[in-house]
Design a protein around this ligand. Sequence first.
Ligand SMILES: NC(=O)c1ccc[n+]([C@@H]2O[C@H](COP(=O)([O-])OP(=O)(O)OC[C@H]3O[C@@H](n4cnc5c(N)ncnc54)[C@H](O)[C@@H]3O)[C@@H](O)[C@H]2O)c1
Length: 318
Amino acid sequence: MPAAPHVAVIGSGSIGVAFAVVFARAGFEVAVTDVDADALARGRSDLDVRLELLENAGMLGAPRGEVAARVRFGTDVARAVGGAELVQECAPEQKDVKRAVFREVAAAAPAHAVLASSASAILPSEIAIELPDDVAARVIVGHPGNPPYLLPVIEVVPTPRTSPDALGLARSLYAAAGLRPVTIRREVEGFVFNRLQGALLREAYCLVRDGVVDVDDIDEIVRSGLGRRWSVIGPFETSDLNTRGGIASHAVKMGPAYGRMGAERGQHDPWTPELVEEVEAQRRALLPLEAWEARGRWRDDQLLAHTALWEGAAATAR
Ligand SMILES: NC(=O)c1ccc[n+]([C@@H]2O[C@H](COP(=O)([O-])OP(=O)(O)OC[C@H]3O[C@@H](n4cnc5c(N)ncnc54)[C@H](O)[C@@H]3O)[C@@H](O)[C@H]2O)c1
């Protein structure tokens, strides 16, 4: 049997501990470090709490003690990263802090190790700016959803200097840990997860400011509407299935109204015919129009299967 991968997690705050849970659950050996001894102690007890939660839900795959024993905590960065295939930096969202961590890690990690930052918005090229090419070639952002032990998506963001080998290794290690890596082709602030979240949140703030709706009613529209649908299909598939004729037809019917709503907020990004054609081509490659009816039934089956769970959550939400 191949040896379990070694991972070092730098920073034992909420994301660091959550990554430790993900990697240890998958059988990896994990070394967690922090500059703050209190944070390390908190991290250790947080780890136990989260492992207990997953064990009680039958989502651990091994006894909790066995999984916990795969994680060691300490302050020695060189010791933690020595022998690591992947270093997952989970320090605070500050450029200078992350740059200092990467300098320290680069000096001690094996020459093939992927050096990943959990940054939510800082570009990986900004983090790697002072690093020589051979090190920068292994730098990426691996941005998780929170908490990553329950939300499996991870955005994998290379810099223009990242090598294809490092990108491939990062993707395969994340996949082996049970995560679902999505490669972001070009680094942009906030990557994609937070840009999508931000678009919705910006509009929500405007609607509250303009007296259109109350805060909890926005949340209700997402909880009982958009969110339920998005838990089985994304916004493009939603538009594709919402209109007979698929997303091209949706763009004809709804594009002008969405364009006006954007313009009201100062955003002028029309869905040009070329752009709609590109989106339509990608959707049709995934779902030929002949399969459209059946996919709509599949969506309804999925929503139905989740309904009892959602109604249970709604009943206990307050
Ligand atoms: N919290 C989220 O929802 C979320 C989601 C995705 C990504 N992220 C990103 O993950 C990173 C960590 O976020 P968090 O919420 O866990 O922060 P946090 O404040 O909970 O934890 C950060 C930890 O890093 C430690 N630390 C500070 N300087 C350090 C150093 N030089 N070396 C090692 N450890 C150091 C701190 O003591 C602390 O324990 C950030 O970049 C954040 O943007 C957060």
